[in-house]
Design a protein around this ligand. Structure first.
Ligand SMILES: *Cc1c(COP(=O)(O)O)cnc(C)c1O
Length: 406
């Protein structure tokens, strides 16, 4: 669990509060990251001697495959990797990413112009807004969604516009409604399937509609696809770049964090439209100095090595999913098993708010789930439970849930 932020004794400067320093508006409007304040409550509960089971964060608990740990060590022993990394990625990493996309999706990428490694995809997602948007430009963001799209837009002084995702639409945005009523100055549309937090998936026919929509309105699509490899029951998630012509209007973000349990190493990529990839590279070359070479070499080992670990881990996630969905259902809580992602998106009992439900689970069972509203107002009436919790703790959570009735 991360240490609490803000640090003890520091009162953040928020809009409308008396602050000793005047900070930028964009910072004073920025809430603390959703998981930061929770850390303090968990720490307090643990200090009382309670065993807290934290289903809050999507942080893979299963370790990296041993050959990848060896790759880290081997790279660390090479003094060449102690120097500044290649800003735009080692050629062998860009080639490995392109080859992986070819093999996995049948998408043929130019490793020199259509691929750029990122320091984890979150970094690229937030910084991409600086390349995509001028102040005041609008960005279509699913609600609920992963918070980085919204806050990345706000940090770039762009204006986030909600696209509601609801169960009736399979948690896909209503493109027909947007066709009728697209806000002026819309520049980008964000998507993420398999979806965090809802676990929803999208098929290629939907992505084809999105690509046509983007062409029609001359906007740009950014698809965030970190869960393409975390799929269950034989489902295989597509890439938006499989749609013919997609790369004229789209990029895809991807990450090694979830598929290879490499969240601690920080490496992801953006692929697709060459001009967008170039623009983000230009922004980033003024902000950071690339992915550490040790990490880049480990990423090459992950993408080119034995892929069997993915299926092994997915079988473990699927077993946890099934036990937890069954336990929730028995306790009277509606939840369906997702086909992809690392999340169960459950419905809170009628009349119980997302926050009240999360608070009750924490108070009565020392179980942490994320209230759906942490992902936007569209998460009202839902909670998210992550499958990245060790099996023994899942078993204990199932026991605790058996003692609850909703
Ligand atoms: C985990 C996650 C990411 C971030 O992955 P990193 O590569 O670790 O930064 C991006 N998008 C979504 C939807 C995620 O759930």
């Amino acid at each position: 669990m991360s240490r609490p932020w803000p640090p003890a004794g520091v009162r953040p400067a928020f809009k409308g509060e008396q602050a000793a320093v005047k900070l930028a508006d964009r910072v004073e409007h920025l809430p603390p990251y959703v998981f930061a304040s929770l850390a303090a409550r968990i720490a307090a509960r643990r200090a009382q001697g309670d065993t807290v089971i934290n289903f809050g964060m999507g942080d893979p608990d299963l370790p990296m495959d041993p050959p990848l740990v060896e790759a880290v060590c081997a790279a660390a022993h090479d003094p060449a990797s102690h120097r500044y990394p290649n800003y735009f990625g080692l050629p062998e990493l860009r080639q490995a990413i392109a080859a992986w996309y070819g093999e996995r999706f049948g998408v043929d990428l130019n490793p020199d112009s259509e691929v750029l490694p990122l320091i984890g995809s979150k970094e690229g997602i937030a910084h991409a807004m600086l390349a995509f948007c001028d102040p005041g430009d609008r960005v279509l963001i699913p609600n609920p969604s992963y918070p980085a799209y919204r806050y990345g837009a706000l940090l770039a002084s762009a204006e986030p516009c909600d696209m509601p995702l609801c169960a009736a639409n399979g948690f896909l945005p209503d493109l027909d409604a947007l066709d009728r009523d697209l806000p002026p100055r819309t520049r980008v549309l964000w998507l993420n399937y398999p979806n965090n937090p809802t676990g929803a998936v999208a098929d290629l026919a939907f992505f084809a509609r999105v690509v046509a929509f983007a062409r029609r309105h001359e906007i740009f699509v950014a698809h965030d696809n970190p869960y393409s490899e975390i799929c269950f029951d034989g489902y295989r998630a597509p890439s938006i770049l499989q749609v013919p012509g997609a790369r004229e209007v789209a990029v895809e973000f991807h990450s090694l964090s979830k598929s290879y349990s490499m969240a601690g190493l920080r490496v992801g990529m953006i692929v697709g439209n060459a001009q967008v990839v170039e623009a983000l590279g230009r922004v980033k070359s003024n902000l950071d100095s690339g992915v550490p070479t040790v990490v880049q070499r480990t990423a090459v080992a992950a993408l080119t090595g034995d892929q069997a670990g993915i299926a092994t881990r997915n079988a473990i996630y699927a077993a946890r999913r099934d036990r937890l969905v069954a336990a929730l259902n028995t306790a009277g809580i509606a939840a369906q098993p997702p086909q992809g992602s690392l999340y169960i998106w459950g419905q809170t009992p009628a009349g119980v708010s997302a926050q009240a439900f999360a608070d009750r689970l924490f108070a009565e069972a020392a179980i942490v789930v994320t209230p759906g509203t942490s992902f936007g107002s569209g998460g009202a009436g839902y909670f998210r439970l992550s499958l990245t919790v060790p099996d023994t703790e899942v078993a204990e959570a199932v026991r605790r849930l058996a003692g609850l009735r909703f």
